[in-house]
Design a binder for this molecule. Structure first.
Ligand code: SF4
Ligand code: SF4
Length: 491
């Protein structure tokens, strides 16, 4: 059977791919999408309001006295599902991000832009908050268009002013929620309740965020998905003909024709254009998969309602891969998808093991720079080290260092005990003192066990430098062993 979409491509009628649906001759074309209704839209409402609820509630939830999520880029403090990450965990954080990106690639290769249509905050705020308020204030698509084209009279000024006021108020609320994820709800509460002069930076941030959100939802709208969002721009390489997208069944729908065509020699599409009129990005999905499609499924609902009216089966536009439409087969898990799944599983396993095994106190032992060993009274020698401890928990911790199988004494120089304050770090010099008699070599490997509140959590390794054991080589009269420059090791 011939493929009309391919035919239009070969005839050069693919000019719609050269421009975006909302920009013409460098000018923005404002969209007035029709109100969405239908089965899928109902489910999207449920999902959207659950996600919105979670987004709003999460900053208030605490675990162990701390937020469940915190993305404090200013102080480089991150909490993810209650697990704190510190600047020292940058590697882990990076690995987690790479794992997430691979998961997104894997997910997109199967389900296309499902995320955009169902869960992206941009879509949820736009379609389920701002757009609904707009319908409530200005009416459906047709009334909005009339209002936009009408002269600025008192009615228009009143309607637009109410809309701007409500939009800004909601943007202000969203700005507060987002700031709560960055600085925490307690800090946000202080900004809200204490004199502005004490929190000028935070106050200015809220105002700026509010204007940014207002600008995005009142003006930018679908342009965020079309030209700003990097995920949207990547669709061309993430999708293939086996990905499940919102697709028009051209084999069934074409040649399209008006219902008034009594001979009814056309396919199921009656060219009512409802699928185009509801589209929040202004595209015609009948042209095939396009970069602008955010998989919101509004066109599926719209077309299903038409199919019901003309007594044709639903699903002329549906979730399907282009391969399944062309060949009438079911979904196939391709080699490419298996490969993504393999890489994701590998990275996820590595990241999980590293996070689970991450010690609660990070310990680094360094030999004092520029020093080898020191002679001590009583035939003893010592090496000077510095231990750096980073507390990765929200509790104070008592730390103890013990030498393993090394007949020497570990002496703290500054304080009797290593006490780490919550979220704190500590640099402490210490000596390892040994009998000169038992130090046989120039370089002696040593291991130090790290105990936190009596439980061993880590073992760090270093070297103990002994006196130079020169020996005379009778063959050439040279000295064979010399101490190397100062060294340190950390595991
Ligand atoms: S084509 Fe359909 S699924 Fe894609 S953005 Fe438009 S209405 Fe949503
Ligand atoms: S809504 Fe369905 S019938 Fe109407 S134009 Fe779109 S695809 Fe054709």
């Amino acid at each position: 059977m011939s493929n009309p979409v391919l035919e239009t491509q070969s005839s050069g009628a693919e000019s719609f791919r050269d421009t975006t649906s909302t920009i013409s001759k460098g000018k923005r074309m404002w969209l007035f999408p029709k109100k969405q209704t239908g089965k899928i839209f109902k489910w999207r409402n449920v999902v959207a309001y659950i996600l919105l609820g979670l987004l709003i509630i999460w900053p208030f939830l605490k675990y162990d006295g701390h937020p469940i999520f915190l993305f404090n880029v200013l102080e480089r403090k991150f909490i993810f599902f209650g697990i704190p990450f510190w600047p020292q965990d940058f590697f882990l954080f990076g690995l987690t991000m790479v794992t997430l990106i691979v998961f997104i690639i894997f997910f997109t290769s199967i389900f296309g832009r499902w995320w955009c249509g169902w869960s992206c905050p941009q879509t949820i705020f736009m379609e389920f908050i701002f757009r609904k308020i707009e319908y409530w204030i200005e009416g459906d698509s047709h009334q909005q268009r009339l209002l936009a084209e009408s002269n600025w009279d008192s009615r228009k000024i009143r309607i637009k002013s109410i809309k701007v006021f409500i939009f800004y108020f909601i943007s202000f609320f969203i700005a507060n929620i987002f700031l709560a994820y960055i600085i925490g709800i307690d800090e946000l509460y202080k900004i809200a309740t204490e004199p502005i002069s004490q929190h000028l930076g935070g106050f200015i941030a809220i105002i700026i965020f509010s204007f940014v959100f207002f600008f995005v939802f009142a003006y930018m709208r679908e342009q965020v998905c079309l030209v700003v969002c990097p995920y949207g721009r990547l669709q061309g390489v993430l999708l293939d003909k086996n990905s499940i997208v919102v697709a028009y069944d051209h084999l069934r729908g074409e040649p399209r024709g008006k219902i008034s065509d009594k001979a009814n020699l056309h396919g199921d599409c009656i060219d009512c254009k409802l699928c185009v009129n509801v589209c929040p990005t202004g595209i015609d999905i009948r042209n095939g998969t396009q970069l602008e499609c955010i998989n919101c499924a509004a066109c599926i609902d719209a077309c299903d309602s038409i199919m019901n009216k003309v007594n044709k089966p639903e699903g002329l536009i549906r979730y399907a891969s282009s391969d399944s439409i062309e060949k009438r087969n079911s979904f196939r898990f391709t080699t490419r998808m298996w490969a993504y799944l393999f890489v994701f599983t590998l990275l996820f396993t590595i990241a999980s093991v590293l996070i689970i095994r991450r010690p609660i106190v990070e310990t680094t032992v360094l030999r004092a720079p520029g020093q080898l060993f020191m002679k001590q009274p009583g035939g003893k020698i010592s090496n000077l080290f510095t231990v750096t401890l980073v507390n990765k928990t929200f509790h104070d911790q008592d730390v103890e260092l013990k030498l393993v199988d090394f007949n020497a004494e570990l002496k703290l120089m500054g304080q009797q005990k290593l006490h780490l304050l919550k979220d704190g770090s500590l640099n402490e010099p210490f000596l390892i003192v040994a009998d000169e008699e038992i130090i046989k070599k120039n370089k002696n490997a040593l291991a130090i066990e790290v105990y936190v509140n009596g439980k061993m959590i880590d073992v760090v390794k270093s070297t103990f430098i002994g006196p130079v054991k020169f020996h005379h080589d009778d063959s050439d009269g040279s000295e064979k062993e010399k101490p190397k420059e100062n060294e340190h090791t950390k595991i």
